[in-house]
Each structure stands twice: as structure tokens, then as C-alpha cells.
Design a binder for this molecule. Structure first.
Ligand SMILES: C[S@@+](CC[C@H](N)C(=O)[O-])C[C@H]1O[C@@H](n2cnc3c(N)ncnc32)[C@H](O)[C@@H]1O
Length: 287
């Protein structure tokens, strides 16, 4: 299906303005298939017609935000429980015990899953704590999941997953321990739900916590940012991680060559520490 260059640019600019995501030429082929549902809903057949609809004045304050629907349709929400298992396994084995040692006085950990999509990442984190009840007895664990997509956050809050989704990344025992089968799908159990809060948030804005976090996960989100936007995202993430906290990226993602604010937490892959200068600046700001 042909899309004119002008229409493609308008859609790309809309996506970049609302999310920072860069619609590269190589992702152009995805646009029509990603927007197929919206075409059907509005009785149109191509992106040029959609751009005309976007230009039309809204029918009233109650009219749905078509621009936001377009943005949501173009976001890549791919996720699953315990994505990149080997990296995730480092959390209960190494990272969380280390953070716990640093916070043994306050017995509190705060974790932010930035770009959590439909919630699997945040719930996976929560399961790590619930699966070691003795280890975490008496601790306050605060897990916040955020995403720029309203639709993804609503799905995350519902905690309802299809058979396909619940099987992706979860073993049977873990699935039965934390989910209940209902007529509508697999529902997270109350104990798991109670551990996670979800909120719509653009990670290019100020971080969403009252305080910086002990651990921030931002996995498979920065891939579609251009260089400048990625640098801005790292600035935001740097202000969100405590000086002795950690940043966790997706498998194969790195801060090296993109920001001076973090250094690899070698030899652990995918984990990064605030760079000494950056950590010192944050410490001074908090003093
Ligand atoms: C591919 S998913 C990754 C989900 C999860 N972190 C994982 O690794 O499985 C990327 C998510 O980032 C979200 N996202 C994209 N741009 C964002 C932004 N500027 N702020 C917050 N979330 C964003 C998308 O909506 C999408 O849900």
C-alpha cells in the first residue's frame, strides 16, 4: 500500500513528538500493518486518508484522541515474563542481595520499570520477592511500572493475560502460584497485584518517583530513540538512580558511547552504575 512521503513524515513527527521514538525508513513497512485496526475503525484505507482525518478539527471535547490512538498503534509493546532469563536470574542471585545489604538499615527497596509495556516486567520483579518470603520478610518493596502508552498501562493494571501471554517466560508452577484462571484469562493474584503500581509516564520527562530509585529497569525501550533523544533519556535515568543504585538495560544494550552518566557494572552484563561524577552531583543535590 503506497504512503506518500509527506504523510509518512507527519506520522513520524507525531510519534517522535509524543514518545521520542524514531520511525526509521527501515520501519516504514510496519506503518500500514500497525495502523490496519485504525483504518478499519474509521472506514479508511490508507495513511494519506488518516492524515486528513488528523488534520480535521475535533468534533468536541469528548471526541477520542485520534493522534494518541495512532501513536499507541505504532509503539512496539513486545514483552514477556522474565525476558532475557539469564540477565533476570542475576537479580535474585546477586543484585537484590547486594542492594539489600546497602539498605539493611531501612529495609526498603524501590524499583522502577520504565517502559514496562503491559506489565510483565514489573510483575516478574514482584514474583522474585514473593518467591523468597523468608528472605524479604519485614521489607517494604515498592515497584513502579510506567509506560508512555495508556493502553499498555491499562492492560498492566488489569493484570489479565491470555493463555499465550502467561505461558511466555513462566513455568507452570510459577504460573499457578501467581495467577488464577478465570473465564476471561489468567488473572494475577491479589498478593502479586498489591506489590506493583502502574502509571502512564513519558520517560523523557522528570522521573516519576518522589525520590530516586535503588534499581531502574529500562529494557528494550531506548532502541528506537535517535542519538540525541537517547542521550536525553540517559540524563533522565541518571537523575532517577540513587548514587549507589543500579540501572538495568536489555540484553545487548549499553550506555557505552551514549552517555558519560553511567559505567558498566562489570563483569555483570546489562547492569550499569552511576558514573562517580554523576553520583557525586546527585548526592550533593540530595544533601
Ligand atoms: C519493546 S517494549 C519493552 C517492554 C519491557 N521493558 C521489556 O523489555 O520486555 C518498549 C516499551 O517502551 C514504551 N515506550 C516507548 N517510548 C517511551 C517513552 N518515551 N516513555 C515511556 N515508555 C516508552 C513502549 O510503549 C513499549 O511499551
Amino acid at each position: 500500500m503506497h504512503t506518500s512521503e509527506a504523510s509518512f513524515q507527519i506520522i513520524a513527527e507525531l510519534l517522535a513528538a509524543r514518545t521520542g521514538q524514531h520511525l526509521t525508513e527501515s520501519r516504514r513497512w510496519r506503518v500500514n500493518s500497525a495502523l490496519a485496526g485504525l483504518f478499519r475503525e474509521h472506514g479508511i484505507s490508507n495513511v494519506d486518508q488518516l492524515v486528513c482525518l488528523l488534520a480535521a478539527p475535533p468534533r468536541g471535547p469528548e471526541s477520542p484522541d485520534l493522534a494518541q490512538d495512532v501513536v499507541e498503534a505504532l509503539l512496539n509493546n513486545e514483552t514477556y515474563f522474565f525476558r532475557d532469563r539469564p540477565t533476570f536470574d542475576q537479580l535474585p542471585e546477586e543484585i537484590l542481595p547486594e542492594l539489600a545489604r546497602r539498605r539493611r538499615e531501612v529495609r526498603r527497596l524501590s524499583i522502577w520499570s520504565a517502559g514496562c509495556s503491559t506489565g510483565q516486567e514489573a510483575y516478574s520483579l514482584a514474583m522474585l520477592f514473593l518467591d523468597q518470603p523468608e528472605r524479604w520478610h519485614g521489607w517494604t518493596i515498592d515497584i513502579l511500572g510506567t509506560d508512555v502508552s495508556h493502553r499498555a498501562i491499562n492492560a498492566a493494571r488489569s493484570g489479565l493475560y491470555s493463555q499465550f501471554e502467561v505461558q511466555r517466560g513462566l513455568g507452570v508452577a510459577q504460573m499457578l502460584r501467581h495467577f488464577e484462571e478465570t473465564e476471561r484469562g489468567w488473572q494475577v493474584r491479589d498478593e502479586l497485584r498489591a506489590m506493583v503500581r502502574f502509571r502512564q509516564h513519558n520517560l523523557l520527562g522528570p522521573h516519576p518517583g518522589r525520590m530516586p530509585f535503588d534499581l531502574v529497569l529500562c529494557r528494550n525501550v531506548l532502541l528506537y530513540f535517535d542519538r540525541t533523544t537517547r542521550a536525553l533519556a540517559f540524563e533522565r535515568l541518571a537523575s532517577a538512580v540513587l548514587p549507589d543504585g543500579l540501572l538495568m538495560l536489555g540484553a545487548g544494550e549499553t550506555t557505552v558511547g551514549h552517555t558519560e552518566r553511567f559505567v558498566p557494572s562489570a563483569p555483570r552484563a546489562s547492569f550499569f552504575e552511576p558514573a562517580p561524577a554523576s553520583a557525586e552531583a546527585l548526592r550533593r543535590r540530595q544533601a
